[in-house]
Design a protein around this ligand. Structure first.
Ligand code: TMP
Length: 204
């Protein structure tokens, strides 16, 4: 049986990590093989590209091509083989982030993004995407306490407002794939909401 491909998305500071940890534990406790991975990154090559992507100045097309190049390597080397052998893949961000950050945040052409998405991943889409949604002002407060910001974390609230709107547009266009999570709730409430989504699918 093929595994499931689950992604976590949201603006920086949305608090995904704790819940990815919890999901990984839940699935492992069920005896499943879990591959925990991230984008940009997930393979040695894609992790090198991640370093450039997060820290070097470049134009939006270069940024987009880099992230899709890494995604191609990640899909062929890690994600597709894992799903084929029945593993469950939990990925911190995927193509929705490109539509949100490069499309929404940077204003990059969505037609080009659609073409690249099709080239790089064909029909492959996550089976389920948790979209952690919260007001950028709250996310900014959380980030203020965090580490040295990268090129994206350093953006202003207007940028994150556009990113958030682009995420929500993607969710509205493909509602069956998404679970929308109100990420400004207490972590326990978010955890319960995630549990209900999995139970409804018969996955946990
Ligand atoms: P993170 O691993 O801390 O979430 O950092 C990744 C950053 O890269 C985050 O700010 C979102 C951004 N990003 C894009 O701009 N486009 C993409 O396609 C992906 C996957 C991430």
């Amino acid at each position: 049986m093929r595994g499931k491909f689950i992604t976590f998305e949201g603006i920086d500071g949305a608090g995904k990590t704790t819940h990815m940890d919890a999901l990984e534990q839940t699935l492992r406790a069920q005896g499943r093989e879990v591959v925990r991975t991230r984008e940009p990154g997930g393979t040695p090559l894609a992790e090198k590209l991640r370093g450039l992507f997060l820290h070097d100045a470049m134009d939006p097309l270069t940024e987009t091509l880099l992230v899709f190049a890494g995604r191609r390597d990640h899909l062929t080397q890690v994600i597709e083989p894992a799903l084929a052998r029945g593993a469950w893949v939990i990925c911190d961000r995927f193509t929705d982030a490109t539509f949100a950050y490069q499309g929404g945040g940077r204003g990059f052409d969505l037609t080009v993004l659609n073409t690249l998405e099709q080239w790089v991943q064909g029909e492959r889409q996550p089976d389920l995407t948790f979209l952690f949604d919260l007001p950028p002002a709250i996310a900014a407060q959380r980030l203020a306490a965090a580490r040295q910001p990268d090129r994206f974390e350093a953006q202003d609230q207007a940028f994150f407002t556009k990113v958030r709107e682009a995420y929500l547009a993607r969710q509205q266009a493909q509602p069956a794939r998404f679970a929308l999570i109100q990420a400004d709730q207490a972590p326990e409430a978010v955890g319960k909401q995630i549990g209900r989504v999995l139970a409804d699918k018969g996955w946990a």
